[in-house]
Design a protein around this ligand. Structure first.
Ligand SMILES: *[C@@H]1O[C@H](CO)[C@@H](O)[C@H](O)[C@H]1NC(C)=O
Ligand SMILES: *[C@@H]1O[C@H](CO)[C@@H](O)[C@H](O)[C@H]1NC(C)=O
Ligand SMILES: *[C@@H]1O[C@H](CO)[C@@H](O)[C@H](O)[C@H]1NC(C)=O
Length: 381
């Protein structure tokens, strides 16, 4: 939930905190549900080259229903072992309190690699894969006040369908680049802005080159875009650009080059807090299109998930903060700032060293921005 920096206001009452956590949770559930979809839709286990499509590489060990609440007010056990006992700490669940989850209204469609922004009591959920061969090009809205979904409307035809960069100022939602089409098709450089008050879309100047899932934030009146994967979907991009924006309009016609980030790649949390720009977790490498495949069939390539936390405070030099307790990727829409602590829910970590399958993160992490300490907390406020 790339909420603007003002979301860090320490005066928010606890009910707001719980609502914010619910947003994180709902996104975690969407992510996990989508992995279940991908897992169950696995039909062709591997290509002749030995590289498997991602659906066959997803792992939900010892979690038949995953951490999705099976029914309202049922407790979900968080301490589930990941397969073999001799696996080191990166792959095991960390000691964590049991959290009580409550099931909320089911989303209208399943989604993988879509995007979501919260504005007040509404969660706008964009795009995403429905299946590996079908992508959505609409927006659904979840209303926290009455636990309902509705207000579906279309995205512009030219807008990417997954791996979008996204951020909001509280009214306008800026949508940056991403993958256009299903399977492992190429990215677009096109950018858009949505006025949520009128549901009107407008163009923004395109990025100098397209990116997959770049880190995106509003910082000091500029839209910042950095990292992500390059056009081949796999090679990490280090570039960082910014564009002056105000009330949904670009104030410049071209993006400005900024200081590159030390480590590139997609699927990172990108946060502005205390007038600093933070980039957290993510990965290098991703699935790529199989060479010559007419449908751009996804084939797994090497991936490294990481736990690094980088911060830019003066705009000139990236510094490193204490890393997350474990490598964590796919968290760009799975965080919220509560009283100057970042709460990060779920994600994906390094693949299982023996089965080589993707491993999901079961923990909810807290990164206290006052103390710079990461914990797996039992309380968020
Ligand atoms: C766990 O295994 C990973 C991958 O093999 C390795 O990078 C990491 O250092 C190991 N961690 C510990 C605590 O041994
Ligand atoms: C959200 O739900 C509340 C409570 O039912 C309602 O008053 C409000 O109009 C709804 N908002 C939208 C945008 O539908
Ligand atoms: C917010 O954090 C401060 C400093 O850690 C703490 O003193 C305060 O009690 C917290 N407020 C809430 C509402 O949790």
């Amino acid at each position: 939930m790339a909420r603007p920096a003002t979301a860090a206001a320490p005066k928010a009452p606890p009910s707001k905190h719980l609502m914010a956590l619910a947003v994180v949770a709902i996104l975690g559930i969407v992510l996990v549900a989508d992995f279940l979809w991908a897992s169950s839709s696995s039909s062709s286990p591997s290509s002749p080259g030995g590289a498997a499509i991602w659906s066959s590489r997803l792992d939900l060990p010892a979690r038949p229903a995953a951490p999705v609440p099976s029914s309202a007010k049922k407790k979900t056990k968080e301490k589930v072992s990941i397969g073999s006992m001799d696996i080191n700490a990166t792959f095991a669940d960390l000691p964590a309190p049991e959290l009580e989850w409550e099931e909320m209204a089911e989303a209208p469609v399943p989604r993988l690699d879509g995007a979501a922004m919260q504005i007040k009591n509404l969660l706008y959920v964009f795009a995403g894969y429905g299946t590996i061969n079908h992508v959505h090009s609409h927006v659904d809205i979840y209303n926290f006040s009455d636990n309902t979904w509705g207000g579906r409307f279309d995205m512009p035809k030219e807008m990417a369908h997954s791996h979008l960069g996204m951020v909001t100022d509280g009214r306008y939602i800026y949508v940056v680049t991403g993958q256009y089409g299903p399977q492992c098709r190429g990215p677009t450089a096109r950018n858009f802005v949505l006025d949520t008050a009128t549901k009107e879309w407008h163009d923004l100047p395109p990025l100098p080159v397209p990116r997959y899932a770049p880190a995106t934030q509003l910082w000091r009146s500029r839209l910042h875009v950095m990292g992500g994967s390059k056009e081949d979907r796999h090679e990490p991009g280090l570039e960082h650009w910014s564009l002056a924006v105000k009330d949904g309009k670009a104030l410049e016609s071209e993006w400005r080059s900024e200081i590159p980030i030390p480590r590139g790649g997609p699927h990172r949390a990108c946060v502005v807090a205390n007038d600093k720009l933070l980039v957290i977790g993510g990965q290098e490498g991703d699935f790529m299109a199989k060479p010559g495949s007419p449908i751009f069939k996804c084939v797994r390539r090497s991936e490294v998930v990481y736990s690094n936390v980088y911060v830019l405070d003066d705009g000139m030099k990236w510094k490193e903060l204490p890393p997350m307790p474990k490598p964590d990727s796919h968290i760009e829409f799975a965080w919220v700032n509560v009283n100057n602590s970042l709460i990060i829910a779920g994600g994906t970590t390094e693949k299982h060293p023996i089965t080589k399958k993707m491993v999901l993160v079961g923990e909810v992490f807290r990164f206290n921005l006052n103390t710079l300490v990461h914990t797996v907390p039992c309380s968020f406020i």
